[in-house]
Design a binder for this molecule. Structure first.
Ligand SMILES: C[S@@+](CC[C@H](N)C(=O)[O-])C[C@H]1O[C@@H](n2cnc3c(N)ncnc32)[C@H](O)[C@@H]1O
Length: 228
């Protein structure tokens, strides 16, 4: 099975428990981190925003919580089941639309969006470089690219967090969700993913400017914001 097929099937299966499990394993912190990550971006009224790998729609909903319908947001995901939940959650918000599509082949013209978000998504793509090229293609000149994902934790507390994430989260996942595969995958994919420092270099190499990194939870989660 290809990585894309594995990831799509896994999120289809996980979809019903996804929000509950995220709240549980992060003690609700993932929402706070996503809010802070959004606060770091100079979003303006009138922005056209894309959220790639939108899942159940946290990013479009949190942006709308802050900016109302002054911004238009499209969430894209290849898991129909995750999008079904996103659609239900965003039913009252006409400024949010969802499209089923592959992040590696986005159905948009070049230079369409003022800001392109990808939250806990880049790590899942079968081809990181192809993914970044596609994200870049749909970003307007002077537009923003925002990546939020697992980072490499730093210091003693960072190592404790890593231990928690890798051991306890897998155990809790098995206990509550009944299947530890997604949580083992979370660990393995986070290990294989470039560090925040490497990502800063990678985005710069791809022609993004002013690449800034923000660490959350002692670097266990990190956000890179850059402009084109
Ligand atoms: C960990 S979830 C993140 C969801 C959401 N962005 C969040 O922050 O909670 C990853 C999502 O990426 C989607 N995904 C992974 N690879 C994809 C691809 N190639 N194209 C579209 N969606 C993809 C999965 O279906 C899943 O919904």
């Amino acid at each position: 099975m290809s990585k894309a097929e594995f990831v799509q099937k896994m999120f289809d299966k996980l979809s019903q428990d996804y929000d509950f499990m995220n709240d549980l394993i992060s003690f609700g912190l993932h929402k706070l981190i996503k809010k802070n990550a959004i606060n770091n971006v100079p979003i303006k009224a009138g922005f056209k925003i894309l959220d790639v790998c939108t899942g159940t729609g946290d990013i479009p909903l949190l942006i709308t919580e802050k900016f109302g319908d002054s911004v238009d947001i499209i969430g894209v995901d290849f898991s129909g089941k995750m999008l079904e939940i996103a659609l239900k959650r965003a039913i009252k918000h006409d400024n949010i639309k969802f499209i089923t599509a592959d992040a590696l082949n986005l159905p948009f013209e070049d230079k369409t969006f003022d800001a392109v978000f990808i939250s806990f998504g880049l790590r899942n793509l079968a081809d990181l470089k192809k993914g970044i090229i596609e994200l870049k293609r749909v970003t307007k000149d002077n537009g923003y690219l925002i990546n939020l994902d697992m980072g490499k934790p730093k210091g003693v507390l960072g190592h404790i967090l890593r231990f928690y994430m890798f051991k306890l989260v897998t155990f809790i996942g098995k206990l509550i969700h009944g299947n530890s595969t997604p949580y083992k995958y979370l660990f393995e994919s986070a290990q294989a993913f470039p560090s925040q420092d490497e990502l800063v270099r990678i985005f710069s190499d791809f022609g993004f400017k002013n690449v800034k990194n923000y660490d959350f939870a002692f670097g266990a989660i990190a956000e890179q914001i850059s402009t084109l």
